[in-house]
Design a binder for this molecule. Structure first.
Ligand code: NAG
Length: 263
């Protein structure tokens, strides 16, 4: 009796194998996401601007109206050591105030901010050079700083780690520049958040590697006016997402297109 295994048992076994393979693949995706989440590192933090966050708009990452673009006031400027010449723009950081009973708000928990600006070094300043290399420093928006510390603190010790960026909707592509020099601002990027490579394809071209002009503005010296456009965007964790036919053939400079997908 035990030696006789009906056919449906094999079918059931095959089904179980298939399900475990699919679940296994999903599991890989989860561990991939965990790769973005870094270990806690010591740094310091200050704030710039006021509670309105007006000064945080139009920063060195090339983003404009941060509220319209979905970042809101949950943003930070990075010191040279963290900014990576703009490549870190769009990355998300979880930050906690530590080891400062006087200025850390008790049980404040953590904040999550997106890198949207640069805190420049000042080598002629004799002291308080928090943004000079090799210091890891966050110059936060005031609304974010005051969630974890009393504003009178001025500067606080913090601990931070990289985290996945949670975004609503698809990656956005804003067309800038002119017919001879297309500049595309890429924003609202989820996952790792920081774009490290972009390829563009017109309906009458092959894939063309774009170069980074500044912040998250990516440029190409090919006239693509009148062609529908597709993109391949890669983030710092090596993940690449393709965006086919994002802009129709009649796209115009100044327009923003929704990639519909995200990382
Ligand atoms: C750098 O620091 C010096 C001395 O405090 C100051 O006069 C100057 O305005 C600062 N430069 C910038 C670009 O902030």
């Amino acid at each position: 009796m035990a030696a006789y295994i009906p056919r449906y048992c094999f079918i059931a076994l095959a089904a179980i194998l298939l399900v475990s393979l699919v679940v296994g693949a999903r599991g890989k995706k989860i561990s991939f996401s965990e790769k973005v989440v870094g270990t806690w590192v010591d740094a310091s933090a200050t704030f710039y601007g006021d509670m309105s966050g007006a000064e945080t708009m139009n920063g060195a990452c090339g983003y404009g109206d941060l509220v319209k673009q979905g970042y809101g006031l949950a943003t930070t400027a990075l010191s040279t050591a963290l900014f990576n010449n703009g490549l870190t723009c769009g990355a998300c950081f979880e930050i906690i105030c530590v080891n400062d009973p006087q200025w850390c708000i008790p049980n404040a928990g953590s904040i999550i901010v997106t890198a949207t600006n640069f805190c420049p070094a000042n080598y002629s300043k004799p002291h308080d050079n928090w943004c000079n290399p090799p210091r890891k420093h966050f110059d936060l928006s005031m609304p974010m700083f005051t969630k974890i510390a009393y504003f009178k603190a001025g500067i606080i010790p913090v601990r931070y780690r990289r985290v996945n960026c949670a975004r609503t909707g698809g990656v956005k592509f804003e067309m800038k520049g002119n017919p001879n020099w297309l500049d595309v601002l890429i924003y609202n990027v989820g996952g790792a958040g920081d774009v490290t490579s972009v390829k563009i394809k017109g309906s009458r071209t092959g894939w063309i590697q774009m170069s980074r002009s500044w912040g998250q503005n990516w440029q190409v010296g090919t006239n693509l006016v009148g062609q529908s456009l597709s993109f391949q965007v890669t983030t710092s964790d090596g993940k690449m997402v393709g965006f086919d036919g994002v802009a129709p053939g009649n796209w115009l400079f100044g327009q923003t297109f929704d990639g519909k997908f995200n990382f």
